[in-house]
Design a protein around this ligand. Structure first.
Ligand SMILES: NC(=O)c1ccc[n+]([C@@H]2O[C@H](COP(=O)([O-])OP(=O)(O)OC[C@H]3O[C@@H](n4cnc5c(N)ncnc54)[C@H](O)[C@@H]3O)[C@@H](O)[C@H]2O)c1
Ligand SMILES: [Zn+2]
Length: 426
């Protein structure tokens, strides 16, 4: 039998090796592909005096350095000399709230004509989860990229929420096997989680993110000014993802969030910005240091609370937004962790009370829905989660606050008990 090559290249497999076993010859080649991209935090990214976007897209003499206050750029950028050819996509919900943006893009490109060449007026397409409804946004973006003959050194610039960026990013990752994507995330959740990561995707029917790619962006520009027009509940979605990463990775950050709960509930900009920055850094550190950015192994700690979240989103026909689902999913798995003896009652109460003070949901009626056989319909989410991940089931639970543990099975009776606990706690 030929020996199967591990999909994770190890040092000792980096050089070409030849196995001769019986009559079979197996050639195993390890390939290591380095990726690097800068994530900028700024204000007024599209104001003509803000140099970041122009520097990212290229143009003579515009190289950002650590000294100029910006992080290093993606390695591939070194090849760009002339003005970057770009198509710009704007989330319609963002434009509805910030109507100046389409013109701001045009003025910015005019002011930085040496760095940016717009191939068309900025295109406004629907945002929100509807953007991920199959090919709704992907198809028009794909055809435009092709029509405007973008090459692999051209840019798709997308400004919008996490759903919009997932859909536009998916399209960009497909043409020529990937044109450069510059993301300008415009929600708390996309700035502190989805928009800074390496995944794209859309939904198919009720299955979240069934179709998608791993495609690191060329650069990410988090403009904190975008966050000012977010409705309060959408703003809280990014707070839910911040709690997620704090509870499993960073007790001090959890303490900050719990202390700031009332200010977050009031939408106080300073508290929101601090939350987004710290959560973004934790997500990025995980992607960089976790040694599995393309999720080839079993564990996916950043998906704490997500098996139930994705199921609630799908079951509700996406009426439940991702961040709301994540809040309820974290509450459910935290109660489960307490029932398993992984969290103390005091720790559980700290989590649930911080959620309530922030205004994050800890309950949804779909949690209690049962099928004809009496089984909670939410439980199917565990199997869907395993399928999405591949291999054996791996679910991250908190083990005390700031630490985590992977479990490989979920006790259905205990999940039901956790659901009952949350219903009672309402
Ligand atoms: N790729 C990843 O790794 C990853 C990670 C986490 C989440 N996600 C995905 O992100 C999506 C959720 O993203 P989200 O929470 O940003 O919500 P969203 O993209 O659904 O946006 C919510 C609403 O806010 C509007 N909007 C966007 N920016 C605005 C602004 N500045 N002012 C006013 N309104 C604005 C949008 O039009 C939309 O109606 C989900 O589909 C989720 O699966 C992806
Ligand atoms: Zn999430």
């Amino acid at each position: 039998m030929p020996r199967a090559a591990s999909r994770v290249p190890r040092k000792d497999r980096m050089s070409k090796s030849v196995y001769e076993a019986s009559a079979a010859r197996v050639y195993i080649e390890g390939i290591s592909v380095p990726f690097s991209y800068a994530v900028y935090f700024t204000r007024g990214a599209l104001a003509p005096e803000n140099p970041i976007l122009a520097e990212v897209l290229g143009g003579p003499g515009a190289a950002p350095t650590e000294e100029s206050g910006h992080a290093a750029r993606g390695t591939r950028h070194a090849t760009s000399q002339a003005a970057g050819k770009a198509l710009v996509y704007l989330d319609a919900g963002l434009v509805a709230a910030q109507g100046h943006l389409p013109q701001a893009v045009v003025s910015y490109a005019e002011a930085h004509a040496d760095a940016i060449r717009l191939l068309a007026e900025p295109r406004i397409l629907p945002g929100g989860e509807g953007a991920k409804d199959g090919w709704a946004v992907v198809e028009p973006v794909l055809s435009e990229i092709v029509r405007h003959r973008l090459c692999r050194h051209s840019y798709v610039v997308a400004a919008g929420g996490g759903a919009f960026l997932d859909a536009v990013g998916f399209a960009a990752s497909l043409v020529h096997r990937g044109v450069r994507l510059v993301r300008l995330p415009s929600t708390t959740l996309s700035q502190d989680d989805g928009g800074v990561g390496v995944k794209t995707g859309v939904n198919l029917g009720s299955t979240k993110n069934l179709i998608g790619t791993f495609a690191p962006p060329f650069a990410v520009i988090n403009d904190l000014e975008f966050l000012r027009t977010l409705p309060r509940d959408v703003m809280l979605d990014g707070v839910a993802e911040a709690f997620k990463v704090a509870i499993i990775k960073d007790a001090a950050f959890f303490e900050f969030l719990a202390d700031a709960a009332d200010r977050l509930a009031a939408g106080e900009q300073e508290a929101v910005e601090e939350t987004v920055r710290r959560a973004a850094v934790l997500h990025l550190e995980h992607i960089r240091d976790g040694r599995d950015p393309f999720e080839m192994g079993d564990a996916r700690p950043l998906d704490f609370g997500h098996w139930a979240a994705h199921r609630l989103e799908g079951l509700s026909g996406y009426a439940v937004r991702h961040g709301q689902g994540v809040a309820v999913g974290i509450a459910l798995d935290s109660v489960y962790a307490w029932l398993k003896g992984l969290l103390s009652r005091e720790e559980l109460d700290l989590i649930l009370s911080a959620f309530r003070r922030c205004g994050l949901p800890t309950w949804h009626p779909l949690l209690a829905e049962r099928d004809a056989s009496g089984r909670l319909v939410i439980l199917e989410g565990i199997e869907q989660f395993r399928e999405h991940l591949g291999g054996r089931l791996s679910i991250t639970l908190p083990h005390g606050i700031g630490r985590r543990v992977e479990v490989h099975e979920m006790d259905e009776a205990l999940v039901a008990e956790a659901v009952g606990f949350l219903r009672q706690a309402q």
